[in-house]
Design a protein around this ligand. Structure first.
Ligand code: HSE
Length: 291
């Protein structure tokens, strides 16, 4: 039996829609795999009642097929589904790492990324790798059609998860289909700034680079209280705020000493908007680990 801890992730980071992602040090899924004649899936933990256990409908089924690795798979969900924190990606990433080890397939972590992304496609409709890449590789990742790059970094973050349901499919429908040249220039500048900030572990540059004139404003409409939460986070010392992945979680970058105040301000702002929420005081972390 192999057990893997696969971390939650935050994709997009504002300016890097469908490209950027970071691994978070918590929450995380724990995936246990054991060789079997046919694949069976058992799920416990956060939101497990909403996740199908039929391998044809579950994110890990496609991973099993790609690795030709039938198994009994137990998933203990720490990452709630539809949270914007890469819930299905954590399970797919954990399963890919665990099954690769269980069947001694010998694939490198980078080679496992497209395999786990196929699992993502089962639930979200598209095989984007911006959540599975950081969940496998850790750190800050850049996932493009040509492959994936990863950089280790140390950025304190707060991920605030409200009790609002936003599905990735719905959040993708509101993304604008066209961008003006001004919006494109602003986005490229911010994405470049964020990348430099990640490489220098500089929360100020990272925060500045999280601004995005295109996708985030459209998706913010789906999150009750977003504008007030954003403002409260900045007032408490956040260096940047954006929608985490497809939402509804809101992600703030900050200096380590401001993390507690930022988390508390975001929770208060959601509360004032009559939205229950929980905040994870976290940081960019390592990827999936075999326990
Ligand atoms: N990049 C994806 C999106 C992440 O924002 O739709 C969610 O799976």
């Amino acid at each position: 039996m192999i057990t893997v801890r696969a971390p939650a992730t935050s994709a997009n980071l504002g300016s890097g829609f469908d490209v950027f992602g970071v691994a978070l040090d918590r929450p995380a899924d724990v995936i246990r795999v054991e060789r079997a004649e046919r694949t069976t899936i058992e799920i416990t933990g956060a939101g497990s009642q909403y996740i199908p256990t039929d391998p044809d409908d579950n994110t890990v089924g496609a991973v099993v097929d790609a690795l030709d690795a039938p198994a009994h798979i137990e998933i203990d969900k720490g990452v709630r589904p539809s949270s914007g924190l890469g819930s299905s990606a954590a399970s797919a990433a954990g399963a890919a790492v665990a099954l690769n080890e269980l069947y001694d397939r010998g694939l490198t972590p980078k080679e496992l990324v497209p395999i786990a992304a196929e699992g993502e496609a089962v639930v979200s409709g598209t095989a984007h790798a911006d959540n599975v890449a950081p969940s496998i590789l850790g750190g800050f990742t850049i996932a493009t059609a040509d492959g994936v790059e990863a950089a280790q970094t140390d950025i304190p973050l707060v991920a605030c998860l409200p009790e609002i349901a936003v599905s990735t499919r719905d959040a993708r429908r509101v993304v604008p289909e066209r961008a003006s040249m001004e919006e494109l220039v602003e986005t490229v500048g911010n994405a470049a700034t964020l990348s430099v900030g990640m490489c220098q572990s500089d929360p100020v540059l990272v925060g500045r680079g999280m601004d995005d004139p295109l996708v985030t404003p459209a998706r913010a409409e789906l999150i009750t209280g977003y504008a007030a939460v954003r403002e409260a986070a900045f007032d408490a010392g956040a260096t940047g705020v954006t929608v985490s992945g497809a939402g509804p979680s809101v992600l703030a970058a900050c200096r380590a000493g401001d993390r507690r105040a930022v988390a508390s301000a975001m929770l208060d702002a959601f509360d004032a908007a009559d939205v229950e929420a929980r905040a994870y005081q976290t940081r960019v972390s390592e990827g999936a680990t075999i326990l």
